[in-house]
Design a protein around this ligand. Structure first.
Ligand SMILES: [Zn+2]
Length: 352
């Protein structure tokens, strides 16, 4: 059924990639909604939301130094102090502005979830799937608090503190790294989680217990975005909670609409991929379509980057683009979740 529906869409693909991506996502979304009305599919593909990407508030750099004695009084203080010391070494004073604003009043709590699940197990109820979903940590920007499940402190705490160091609230909503939640519209959580975890693994390699634990799809996409705009610029935008700036930077390599569609597709994947395994069929179609969108965007943007480098031979250009393709393809998420990185049918058609 899907092939039949997607056929005319692929025709459009070569002429208007964004339009066709929107139409095919909407068709899959509509089918999915009709087939399975009780599945809540993420709706960030409704790109109208992305018209509202806003500039974050400017946080003034402060010269005050953080009181390390105060940090020592917080729960899990060893991790908080380690985080502060590492981050201080790696960020510019301007990039430290949000952290300096938040860290004094930061609260850290242990989540009771693993204890509750053990209790339920004793009573004969298996909450493993549920616990897997909510296990880990959470940063609440409104209350400036991190909640951590005690069994995943080592993996999660630095990731959550990274959110603390990049989140600002304003009367209209929250700006957090590359995501924004203005009223009820949440945008950018996919790219935000990928980059948050990328930075966490880079700055705190000991927190990585095994690959494949935290946002494996998003981390590869975030790394490829970083390779487009540069490490320093990406870090600067993230710690300024500046999604608008990221869109602007990426618009050197694609149209603004294509960049927003990429962000929307990342959100779709982030909202669906980890929720249940296996995914129900309609979610799987939705996520697969979003993966095609993300990877096609990354390939196209890198092609543009490579083309702009002077002095390369055609062979060198092809080789560089192939390297990008391999970075996408070698991600184990495809094998693990039975997805495909590229829509081979659509690529073959384009070549013909
Ligand atoms: Zn996170």
């Amino acid at each position: 059924m899907l092939d039949y529906i997607k056929e005319p869409i692929q025709e459009l693909m070569s002429q208007a990639p964004v339009l066709s991506q929107i139409i095919s996502t909407l068709i899959i979304y509509t089918i999915a909604k009709t087939v399975h009305s009780n599945i809540e599919l993420h709706t960030s593909h409704l790109v109208k939301k992305h018209k509202r990407i806003k500039l974050p508030p400017k946080i003034k750099e402060s010269i005050k130094t953080v009181d390390e004695e105060k940090l020592a009084q917080k729960a899990m203080s060893d991790s908080v102090i380690e985080f502060y010391n590492v981050i201080k070494e790696n960020l510019s004073p301007e990039e430290l502005a949000i952290l300096n604003k938040n860290i004094d009043t930061l609260k850290i709590k242990e989540s009771p979830i693993s204890k509750i699940s053990t209790k339920f197990k004793e009573m004969g109820f298996d909450l493993t799937t549920l616990v897997k979903t909510i296990k880990g940590g959470h940063y609440n920007c409104l209350t400036n608090s991190v909640t951590i499940d005690e069994t995943s402190i080592k993996i999660s705490i630095f990731h959550e503190l990274m959110h603390m160091a990049s989140s600002v609230k304003t009367p209209e909503g929250i700006y957090s790294g590359f995501s924004q939640k203005i009223f009820t519209d949440e945008i950018g959580s996919g790219i935000n989680e990928g980059y948050t975890q990328l930075l966490t693994e880079r700055l705190f390699p000991d927190s990585v217990q095994s690959e494949f634990v935290v946002y494996p799809f998003e981390i590869v996409a975030a790394k490829l975005v970083e390779e487009l705009i540069g490490e320093e610029k990406m870090r600067h935008l993230y710690f300024g909670a500046n999604l608008q700036g990221l869109v602007q930077e990426l618009s050197q390599f694609a149209s603004v609409e294509e960049v927003k569609m990429f962000i929307a597709n990342m959100d779709t994947i982030n909202k669906h991929l980890y929720f249940r395994n296996p995914l129900v069929l309609e979610e799987k179609l939705f996520v697969q379509n979003a993966m095609y969108g993300v990877n096609e965007f990354l390939m196209k943007a890198h092609q543009k980057r490579i083309d702009s480098i002077e002095g390369l031979t055609e062979e060198q250009k092809i080789e560089m683009l192939e390297e990008v393709k391999n970075k996408i393809r070698n991600n184990k998420v495809y094998e693990h979740w039975k997805f495909k990185p590229f829509n081979e049918q659509s690529t073959e058609k384009k070549i013909q």
